[in-house]
Design a protein around this ligand. Structure first.
Ligand code: CP3
Length: 345
């Protein structure tokens, strides 16, 4: 394997000592960037995902501007249901829109576990092209949604504050729900393995809606499937598990074989370290809305956050995706603060 020039991110994933922690931002290729908006004005969402030239260009945009320590491939978690024969559209002002959601057990008949190269080959082409553009400067992260988070969209048909329909489906049709979760899991494992073959250096599983479930239901409907993904991938690559609102599961997650765990801003660094036994790399957890504070204040808060997590076994990130209304210089202050970080003597 070719050596990556800036390997801070990989060092942190391996738990090695670093001069400063690495930094990237969830959803760093996004609507707060004017150069992203230029491409968005010309091409619809899935065209951007499906055209390797566009996806790779959008992936490197934030890197060119800010020099993060890792890139994350521009795509979406919802390409998985699309590949499984569940239509997904992206509607302006609404977001994800599934015209034919899963509402009853017989709806599962049309859901397939697809051949990855037939359905998602464009993602692999985007990875190849992105790797070329990155020229081994920094690692590339591949990702997928957690099976539970994907089920949420498949059943609800769109975003939701509480995903009540998705929960109703799980609690009234548990057998069908588990069948769907297993199909999503099988597809996701094959998909992520293919990404690793194409050279991604780590994969992150986004469980954006795990925090909608009680701790007991979380084990049954979300975590056991994420654990399957980790088991299948951990010998091939680093797996980062991010569960929004899932601090209650951090202890169990720390024993899973994941290389790192994402933490959102509602959990203190101290609590996250305590729950995970201090041994695993943690990633997070700046409140995305806090990027609306003045740059000088952002820098102070980021420095404080690094002190609290400790510089080792730590990846600086937000606690969830960056918001579209963040001024570009504020996002810059976030990255700069990490690069300027010096350990106190
Ligand atoms: O992090 C990155 O920069 C990589 C790109 C990325 C996107 N989506 C691009 C995108 C990643 C990692 C995702 C993951 C994703 N997609 C998640 C999990 C992470 C999270 O933030 O919770 C979820 C839940 C989705 C589903 C989804 N796709 C939503 C809720 C939306 C936003 C709808 C809206 O309009 O607010 C999308 C669309 C989307 N995916 C955008 C981007 C940059 C914005 C719309 C656009 O570009 O046209």
């Amino acid at each position: 394997m070719t050596q990556i020039k800036n390997d801070l991110f990989l060092k942190a994933l391996r738990g090695e000592t670093v001069e400063r922690p690495p930094v990237w931002m969830m959803r760093q290729a996004g609507r707060y960037l004017p150069e992203f908006m230029e491409i968005k004005a010309k091409y619809d969402f899935f065209t951007r995902c499906q055209t390797p030239e566009l996806a790779s260009e959008i992936t490197v945009q934030p890197i060119r501007r800010y020099g993060m320590d890792a890139a994350i491939l521009f795509s979406d978690i919802l390409v998985i249901p699309q590949a499984m024969n569940i239509d997904v559209e992206m509607k302006a002002g609404i977001g994800p829109w599934l015209p034919d959601p899963i509402q009853k057990p017989s709806d599962l008949d049309r859901v397939i576990v697809p051949d990855i190269n037939d359905t998602l080959g464009y993602v692999m082409d985007a990875i190849d092209m992105t790797k070329e553009k990155l020229n081994n400067e920094i690692p590339l992260i591949g990702f997928a949604g957690s099976p539970w988070t994907i089920l949420c969209y498949c059943v609800e048909g769109q975003g939701s504050k509480n995903f009540a329909k998705a929960k109703e489906f799980c609690f009234t049709e548990p057998e069908a729900a588990h069948q769907l979760l297993q199909k999503i899991t099988d597809t996701t494992i094959a998909y992520l393995k293919q990404k690793v073959k194409h050279g991604v250096n780590a994969v992150q599983v986004f469980d954006s809606w795990g925090g909608m479930l009680s701790p007991t239901d979380y084990q049954e409907f979300s975590w056991q499937y994420i654990q399957q993904i980790i088991d299948s991938l951990k010998d091939e690559t680093h797996v980062i598990a991010f569960g929004k609102g899932c601090w209650f599961a951090l202890n169990e997650m720390s024993k899973s074989g994941a290389s790192a765990l994402g933490v959102d801003w509602t959990c203190s660094a101290r609590n996250a370290r305590y729950l995970t036994g201090g041994n695993i790399t943690l990633q997070g957890n700046f409140d995305p809305s806090r990027l609306l504070s003045p740059p000088a204040e952002i820098k102070k808060m980021v420095t404080q956050m690094i002190r609290e997590f400790g510089k080792d076994k730590y990846i600086v990130n937000l606690g969830h995706g960056i918001l579209p209304n963040i001024p570009i210089e504020n996002a810059g202050a976030f990255v700069e603060a990490v690069k300027e970080y010096k350990e106190e003597a």
